[in-house]
Design a protein around this ligand. Structure first.
Ligand code: HEC
Ligand code: HEC
Ligand SMILES: [Ca+2]
Ligand SMILES: [Ca+2]
Ligand SMILES: [Ca+2]
Length: 431
């Protein structure tokens, strides 16, 4: 209940009143005395605790909560060059890209970053001098193949006679993401159907099969939050760190951690900016990990009639084939509306950069670039723009851009009446 804030008290009362009145609906038309069936309404009902985006989970211990609070300060902290920022970087803080609508959230389009590789798949190479395909927009260009444009590095079109491929990424929210660590590999695999054995046109597969199933990132390419903290620290901000895996305060999934798209996932990172490495202490890094790991999942709003209608329509047109409403975990059901699998979403959504390691599905051997993790839909109304590169300004447009395995469902959505489509959008706005 510590997450209960004054400004939400009214909302909580409305919400619990709605719950109470709906549980009394069957009696509401009768004017005589009511004989309660069963135990009757609780005379002192526990109010539904309101969880705001950016709040910690309610099940944390005192120590975990303290780590979360310290981690939040680090998440919004702007690093200075004297503290290790750079030499190459895209942003000065985590919340540069995770701030819509509060720290931990998503980013606006102008924060999009680029990935680039050159050569021919499957032997694509990161650009010389870069530890990963993430292209830093700012910082020294000495000995790097960049030209400058408006103060930003510009990616070359050809390098050493080989074509340079590039993609954009738009920040995704981290709310509730830590719960994905508590969903077992077996649960994720149970929904995979890489060769579409049941012939329904949906062939989702797990990423990172060999190294422990991926759950994080727009291609499910990473399997734990520590990696998804150390990688952006290094690749986006130029902040070096030592691994803390296995230390107190962090949890790993216990298998070999493979972070595609980042250098040396289980080794210290180092750079040549004159600031001694590591540039963040292990304590601070643990706290930063705790912030991402312990952010509360978005809370559903109390459904209205349209949202209820939209929910069944969402199911009817096949959205739930990929956006599975709930996955079981040791922390209870995780209602993220994703299968955490990657799906071939068709040529229009395909990027150019293959993340290499994941084998393409047996069905579509050449489509790794078009495979994306089913985007979680919880809290979706607060985190526009949508899709991996933020190309969809609205929910409606995001749906209409589904292709590949999502095409049939998208077509069924388009074939609905205007009212039915609005109901689905209303449902999404309640998640
Ligand atoms: C330059 C923008 C940018 C910065 C800075 C940034 N991120 Fe991200 N973040 C992203 C994008 C884009 C993604 C999706 C990446 C992908 O395509 O896999 C992401 C994904 C994540 C995820 C995975 C969420 C999920 O659902 O799988 C976590 C966790 C995360 N970031 C944490 C951090 C932390 C911690 C920092 C600071 C150390 C940070 N990010 C800095 C842009 C950024
Ligand atoms: C074949 C699996 C699949 C089906 C079926 C599917 N989706 Fe998706 N959905 C995805 C994937 C994968 C993404 C992420 C694509 C990207 O980032 O480019 C996504 C993204 C979205 C997004 C944007 C989320 C964000 O944060 O960017 C919305 C909204 C959405 N889907 C709604 C729907 C609705 C509504 C339906 C049914 C009409 C549906 N989806 C059917 C796989 C699917
Ligand atoms: Ca540095
Ligand atoms: Ca199938
Ligand atoms: Ca350094």
């Amino acid at each position: 209940m510590k997450i209960f804030t004054l400004k939400n008290v009214a909302l909580v009362l409305v919400a619990s009143a709605a719950v109470l009145s709906s549980s009394c609906d069957s009696n509401s038309s009768s004017s005589g005395p009511v004989t309660p069936i069963g135990p009757g309404p609780d005379p002192d009902p526990e109010p539904i605790p309101v969880v705001n985006l950016g709040d910690p989970r309610a099940d944390l211990t005192t120590d975990e909560l303290a780590a979360f609070d310290r981690g939040r300060v680090l998440f919004v902290k702007r690093f200075m060059p004297s503290e290790g920022l750079g030499p190459l970087y895209n942003a000065t803080s985590c919340s540069s890209c995770h701030s819509t609508p509060v720290p931990g959230g998503a980013s606006q389009l102008y924060r999009n970053f680029y990935l680039a590789q050159y050569g021919f798949a499957p032997f694509l190479l990161s650009l010389p001098g870069l530890p990963s395909p993430v292209v830093p927009a700012f910082g020294s260009t000495n000995s790097l193949p960049f030209s400058l444009e408006n103060g930003r590095n510009r990616i070359p079109v050809m390098l050493g006679g080989l074509p340079v491929k590039q993609d954009q990424r738009n920040g995704i929210p981290v709310f509730g993401t830590g719960l994905f660590e508590f969903i077992t590999d077996a649960t994720i695999l149970a929904n995979a159907d890489p060769d579409d054995a049941d012939n329904d046109g949906i062939s989702g597969r797990a990423n990172n099969d060999a190294a422990g199933l991926g759950r994080f990132g727009s291609k499910s390419q990473a399997n734990n939050i520590e990696l998804f903290t150390r990688a952006p620290l290094f690749n986006q901000m130029g902040i070096t760190s030592n691994p803390v895996q296995g230390s107190a305060g962090t949890v790993s999934l216990g298998h070999g951690a493979l972070m595609q798209g980042s250098a040396t996932p289980n080794a210290p990172t180092s750079d040549s900016d004159g600031v001694p490495d590591p540039e963040i202490s292990t304590n601070d890094l643990s706290d930063l990990i705790a912030f991402s790991r312990f952010l509360a999942p978005p809370q559903k709003k109390v459904f209205n009639d349209a949202a209820f209608r939209g929910e069944s329509m969402f199911n009817q047109v096949g959205c739930t084939s990929c956006h599975i409403p709930s996955l079981p975990s040791s922390k209870g059901p995780v209602e993220a509306f994703t299968d955490l699998l990657i799906h071939n979403m068709g040529p229009d959504l395909a990027g150019e950069v293959s993340f290499g390691t994941p084998q393409a599905s047996a069905n579509d051997p050449d489509t790794t670039e078009a495979e994306w993790r089913t985007a979680p839909l919880w809290g979706i109304s607060a985190v526009a723009p949508y899709l991996h590169d933020g190309r969809a300004p609205t929910l409606n447009e995001a749906i209409l851009m589904h292709g590949g395995e999502g095409q049939a469902s998208r077509d069924a959505f388009s074939a609905l009446t205007e009212l039915q489509r609005q109901d689905i959008l209303e449902f999404l706005r309640h998640l």
